[in-house]
Design a protein around this ligand. Sequence first.
Ligand SMILES: *Cc1c(COP(=O)(O)O)cnc(C)c1O
Length: 432
Amino acid sequence: MSDKHDRYRKQTRLIQGKLRSPHWNYQDHIVPPIGASVAYRLESAARGAEGFRQFANPDFNRELQPPIYIYDRLDEPTRGMLEENLNVAEGGEACVTFATGMAAIAAVLGVLLKSGDILLSHRTIYGCTYSLFTNWLPRLGIKVLLEDLTDADRLRALLDRNPEIMVVYGETPCNPSLDLLDLAAMARVVGEYNGQRASRRRVFTVVDNTFATPFCQRPLEHGIDLVVQSLTKNIGGFGTDLGGAVIGPRLLEPDLLLYRKDFGGVLAPRVAWPHLVYGLPTLALRTRQQIATALRVAQFLAQHPKVERVSYPGLPSHPQHELARHQMRDFDGKFAPGIMIYLVLRGDGEAARQLGARVIDHVAENALSVTLAVSLGQIRTLIEHPASMTHAAVPTAIQEQLHIDPGGIRLSVGLEHPDDIIADLSAALDAA
Ligand SMILES: *Cc1c(COP(=O)(O)O)cnc(C)c1O
């Protein structure tokens, strides 16, 4: 997708938006207004009919022509501008936002899958995504295979053995282990496989890019078909609002818009606004700083005697460091290993779990620079225990297979001074 602003860097475009946008019919504002109108004046029956004809119509490109707005649940200008800018960030053709990241994941799978199909997913995934895949999709007659997709040969064998697979799904870096999937290899294997199938039976690849953020990694550039994002995390950045998005090829935009209209998981304009005005424009600045801090924190943790291992794609000790260097690149092409750190404390099973609980309790009671909370990607550094918190939906026996260790701790690095974060973590580790 090219427009005349391609010569500007993404950092600039995410602040300025488009010079002329069809979503923008307010002449003089610099800051986009918050849409607060459920319905729109249609002026004539003919114009009303035209609005309904254009909505979710593949022949109508709402990025090029001003849409005729009808009703907030169909389309709306503030949200439309956020969608344009998310497209720029991820390098996509079309973006449809949703009320939350989970609504976006449910929508993309709702559009791509039907009863009798198989969803093949990498096995280490976000806790609620795991619950969606194991509790709800099977009720709709969709079978879910949770497998290790780090190995491209294995992916190929699974596709050959299961012709009902219609979607291949994964997160990279994975939550919480920070293992990586090779995006280009995944896209290549599925692409080769699709070459032998009728186009209506083509398999789509979907990647949850929430952990990496579009600043650090753009899966579409590696050949992945669709990206899902929880805007709630790094893109919102300040921890004030939920949100989700699907970014991908224009051919799926009509179905995504219709799905959103009929299932109703719409991102409210008032909520789209902070993502558009505060979150996305500061993504590059925040993330650059957070990566620099994360690297220092990871280096500190890696040499601490109570820490068994640290998983951070920016450390040469990460088993897939070379892959990280290749696929995690910022808008300017610099290595961008993200802001998430996973560490495993020394000790076996229950002993490690108790040590983890003591470290986290010490932080909760004493640390100013680190907060005990779930979620991630905020200006505040957050710490949590995946085995008992974010991934509690995953049965303990399965947690082990998913690389969720009893003594595992997940850190989302914020914007506090790195020396303070290290001092707080050091005090908690020494005391525990
Ligand atoms: C938080 C999260 C989600 C879900 O996003 P919500 O906005 O909370 O619904 C999905 N995937 C990952 C990786 C997440 O971290």
